[in-house]
Design a protein. Sequence first.
Length: 211
Amino acid sequence: MPGISARQRGGATALARRPPQCHALAMDSTLAALLDDTWRGLVRAAADRRHPWRTPVLATVAADGAPNARTVVLRAADPATRTLRLHSDRRSAKAAELARDPRVTLVFWDPRARVQLRLRGRAEVLHEGPEHARAWAATPAAARRDYATRLPPGTPIAAPEDVAHGDGAAHFAVIRVRVMTIDRLALAAEGHLRAGFAWEGDEPRATWLVP
């Protein structure tokens, strides 16, 4: 597990097998370390294209009520505000789905550390404003073409070369996700370790979970 030593992992595993009321302070300390490590990993992933958490799966609620999932790119993570930033074409299905129902789940997987994150939250799609302007200004020219197709994403065409391009800025959108819960699962031969974090206010409610 990144950022957590073998000694900490072993201690956390032992604590998870004992009555929590007898070890509340130690458990709180270890859970806090896991939460800090999680946010550090997300911040790194937003800055490092090679980080395995850079491309999570985003699940939304489709118009028919069914789940709809796709891989996205994590652009920014802010532990202070518990927000993640993604980019999208404002004409995409996910943007329309989020306008109807802002609930989302994001799944991250690190195959080397064998750590899975499941984050649930509420998303807001931004078409304008300072955050939108900063994000567009920081988007490389090559990436701007992704938002410049004249037809919306998913539109049927006869052949790949039939894609025509126009003004990407008009279609660019920022998706800002406010994280409400985190479920972190670390897989290990000596014993899996799972922790949950939930926010109803500014302070998280943390608990060990059965893996």
